[in-house]
Write a protein that binds this ligand. Structure first.
Ligand code: TPP
Ligand code: MG
Length: 598
């Protein structure tokens, strides 16, 4: 036992858990935490971005790259309310961060002191944050901290990871008590529960019986670090793999067995294989609307005609949208190892995916390639979207990290980006919080200082968090921002145009009565902040500019003017009830039977 202030205990516990950074913003509520962080500054570094949203996106992205958590620190009231959205992003994508929030002194609970929320309950931040964290703790005495901290850290990393909140009243940072530092929490993947022998055997029977199997992977495979086992199973049995966004890179997406993403903005071969498969082995993937063509039967998937084995570490995901024929609660890597081990006991299994199935897939791939490829080589001013993706692919090395923001640019990257390794393509998928890409890139770079990190962010997204420029300069974090500048919230404009008679209102950036397209001069904005920058209006200049920006190894912004009138081809469907689903926009051009598969 040692006599310690609450804030000293918190600091020592973060360090004991190997947490190298706190991303935080000061306020009167958390100044008590800043001094112990100062005392320990050689062992844990405080980084203060200019907005709490950015701090939490940075922490989220850091975890996605390293699979080790960091903490955020925000003050009471408004400062902590600013992290609600990024916590929701982390929760819906199963990413971990420890959000330390401050609150008013316990002796002032219910007196409505400055920045207390108390209409329903005292110091009520835990109820503000409750739906967007795995768990919230509010220790009100220093002697409650050891247990709360250990439970918080353990909850964050065990099972399906997620953000956790520790809400600390002002006095608890400052007061002293005789306390023990609790033992560090187990790291991610410390517990790896598997399937029962019967489940493994039945799953393998179903896989070996299938004529047209596919594997569908999600973030669960990435989080479980199961890439090697996934590749071994897919290659041993010749089973093609469809990736949901946060599973991308678990199989090198240039591999012939990789079919890419599925859904409206998916790749044609993935949708064709998904809807015609006779068995889907889904691992750590949850069949959300965008990777399931809004669950319209026969577009991306065709359950229950297709048999489904659904594997997830979180039982709540099993059967959420499609009742599985076999559901298994298990860690992805453990289950894959179990399947591989069981396979060794089965002699003479056929080369599973039939030759016809793989030949058929090769034909879909060729048709898709023929349809999309020519546009990837086109030069145009403003740039064609495909060209931006192609040039990024050519310049960013296979171990480089791409941190995507939200909007139409993301749709293009979902459809055409080939992630080469796990944890190299970061997406705010479940919640799609604008700013994740531009801000997360800073956290990703801190997590992987030796790898290039490129944020691809819309002009709208970037304008929500432009102060990331200051943070990159203050802490010398050399990320590259590629601003996909199409002068509007174009993804939403396109939905509006499609649904409401071609009328645009509130979805483009205009200046004045004649509706002249408007945006700030992003390059000038960057330079004013001390960040190098170039404006790229001609496609011929983009590749060289990106090479230069990455090689510069300094914070760098590229303002890239991209054509807002070229839309991603649709190969599946997306429906927003009550609006009727429309057939794929471009699908008829090359899908001979675009109607859903019965
Ligand atoms: C914080 C937040 N606000 C609003 C939205 C809704 N939304 C999704 S995409 C989008 C437009 C994005 O604009 P931009 O970054 O310019 O990308 P573009 O679609 O033009 O490529 C909006 C407003 C959101 N996802 N997140
Ligand atoms: Mg835009």
């Amino acid at each position: 036992m040692a006599r310690m202030k609450g804030a000293e205990l918190i600091t020592e516990y973060l360090i004991a858990n190997g947490i190298p950074y706190v991303f935080g913003i000061c306020g009167h509520g958390n100044v008590g935490m800043l001094d112990p962080l100062y005392q320990a500054r050689d062992r844990i570094k405080l980084i203060s971005p200019r907005h709490e949203q950015v701090a939490a996106h940075m922490a989220d992205a850091y975890f996605r790259v390293r699979h080790e958590p960091v903490a955020t620190l925000t003050s009471c009231g408004p400062g902590s309310c600013n992290i609600v959205m990024p916590l929701a992003c982390a929760l819906t994508d199963s990413s971990a961060l420890l959000a330390i929030t401050a609150n008013v002194p316990t002796s002032q609970f219910n007196r409505s002191p400055f920045q207390e929320i108390n209409r329903h309950y005292q110091a009520d931040f835990v109820n503000i944050v409750r739906p967007v964290v795995k768990r919230s703790f509010q220790p009100t005495r220093v002697d409650m901290l050891p247990l709360a901290l250990r439970q918080a850290m353990t909850a964050m990393l065990s099972g399906r990871p997620g953000p956790v909140n520790v809400d600390v009243p002002f006095n608890v940072f400052q007061e002293e008590d005789q306390v023990d530092l609790p033992p560090p929490a187990p790291p991610l993947n410390a517990q790896r529960s598997g399937a029962s022998p019967e489940e493994v055997s039945r799953a393998l029977d179903m896989i070996l019986d299938a004529e047209r199997p596919v594997i569908f992977i999600g973030h669960g495979v990435t989080l479980s670090e199961a890439s090697r086992e996934l590749n071994e199973l897919a290659k041993t049995l010749g089973i093609p793999v469809i990736s949901s966004p946060n599973g991308m890179g678990c199989i090198d997406m240039t591999d012939p067995l990789s079919l890419g993403f599925i859904g409206r903005n998916g790749a044609f071969p993935a949708n064709e294989a998904g809807r015609r498969a006779d068995l889907v082995l889904a691992i750590g993937a949850r069949f959300d609307d965008r990777s399931a063509s809004s669950w319209l039967p026969g577009y991306s998937w065709n359950f229950p005609t297709t048999k489904l084995i659904h594997v997830d570490i979180d039982a709540a995901e099993l059967g959420r949208n499609y009742p599985p024929d076999l559901s298994i609660v298990a860690d992805a890597r453990t289950l894959l190892r179990q399947l591989l081990a069981e396979l060794e006991h089965r002699s003479g299994y056929p080369d599973k995916a039939s030759r016809e199935w793989l030949e058929q897939i090769a034909q879909w791939r060729a048709a898709w390639d023929e349809f999309v490829r020519p546009n990837f080589a086109l030069h145009a001013t403003p740039m064609r979207p495909e060209r931006v993706v192609a040039d990024c692919q050519a310049v960013i090395p296979p171990d480089g990290i791409i941190c995507c923001d939200v909007g139409v640019s993301h749709n293009w990257y979902m459809q055409f980006w080939n992630a080469r390794s796990p944890q190299s393509m970061l997406n705010s998928w479940g919640f799609s919080g604008m700013g994740f890409g531009a801000a997360g890139a800073l956290g990703a770079k801190l997590a992987a200082p030796d790898r290039p990190v490129v944020a691809v962010t819309g002009d709208g997204c970037f304008t929500m968090v432009p102060h990331v420029l200051c943070t990159a300069v203050e802490y010398d974090i050399p990320v590259v921002w590629v601003i996909w500048n199409n002068f509007g919230w174009v993804s939403i404009r396109d939905i509006q145009l499609g649904m409401f008679g071609g009328r645009e209102h509130g979805t483009m950036f205009h200046q004045g009565a004649n509706k002249k397209p408007y945006n700030p001069d992003f390059a000038a904005w960057a330079k004013a902040s001390g960040v190098d920058a170039l404006t790229v209006a001609r496609s011929q200049d983009f590749r060289g500019a990106l090479e230069h920006a990455i090689a510069a190894n300094r914070p760098f912004l590229l303002d890239v003017h991209v054509d807002a009138e070229v839309r991603p081809p649709s190969t599946g469907a997306w429906q927003l009830p009550p609006t009727e689903h429309k057939e794929p926009v471009f699908g008829h051009r090359f899908i001979p039977d675009a109607a859903p598969v019965k």
